[in-house]
Design a binder for this molecule. Sequence first.
Ligand code: AMP
Ligand code: FES
Ligand code: ZN
Length: 318
Amino acid sequence: MHCTKCKSKAALKLPRHNAAFCKSCFNEFVQDQVVKAVKSQRMFGHEHRILVAVSGGKDSLALWDILLKLGYKADALYVNLGIAGYSDRSHDNVRRFADTVAAAHGATLHTHTVQQTEGAGIRELAMAVHRPACSTCGTIKRYQFNQAAVEHDYDVMATGHNLDDEAARLLGNVLHWQEEYLDKQSPSLPASVEGFAKKVKPLYRLTERELAAYCVLNKIDYIVDECPMAQGARTLLYKDVLNRLETESPGTKQMFYWKFLDKQSKASAPLSDMATKDQAMLHPCAACGQPTTGEICSYCKLMARAKRDVPHSQTAET
Ligand code: AMP
Ligand code: FES
Ligand code: ZN
């Protein structure tokens, strides 16, 4: 098998592009896809300060690496969720990357530790408030991402969501006809309120498999296991279904999601109008000041419940 571009020995085959690449042409392909995503969705420029949310997994570490190599000003935030066994290992991978590759580019890693600030790990907090771990985790991560971006004055918050993530999310939203979510499923969302960071997903043109290959070829160590609390999640089923379709018919995943984006960009109400409409409904949370539609934001409600219900020894005083 030979590289489609330079004809040297190929390292991997990409059926959806009907191509095969050697390491260096594959790296170029990956960078090209990110540049296309950033430009076509007007995500950010070289003058902006970007905060990459890194989990220790392949996608977000690859994203940090790619943005630094493309010359962007990209720091990162890691949220240590306090999940026994899993969080320590993912933290090690993030630290290793931050101390080597990122440090060589002069980039900084910020770390938020849930056990310290929220008083207990995600598992214990979720049990205390009787909510699924993933939704408790989502509320805390979203809040801490916003908080860190405001505190350290970042313009843009970037996450490692890839084509598989976005296609699976789209499938879920379509199956349940969740129009409100469909309207907002964009790889580039304007800041919900002035002063907050805009949210972008620069990897939406690359698949999970391509990002894993990128990490392996570039010797980026990442945590392979899924979060132990995510197992059985509906998203994994949607990904599996889409992978089966992709095997039968390469290119299905990208066609499904990219055509949706095409149609969305031609829709009557552009996302910027929707953001203005959203802003009108948002006001500062009475407890913490982050934007919310109610009086108290979901993070503050969660923390109030956790304070009441988590045994006192585990709860952080604020
Ligand atoms: P997931 O929802 O686990 O698929 O993660 C989606 C994206 O959210 C990742 O690619 C990261 O950018 C970000 N993310 C997930 N978990 C963390 C974490 N613990 N700390 C920082 N960022 C995270
Ligand atoms: Fe949030 Fe697992 S990553 S519960
Ligand atoms: Zn609040």
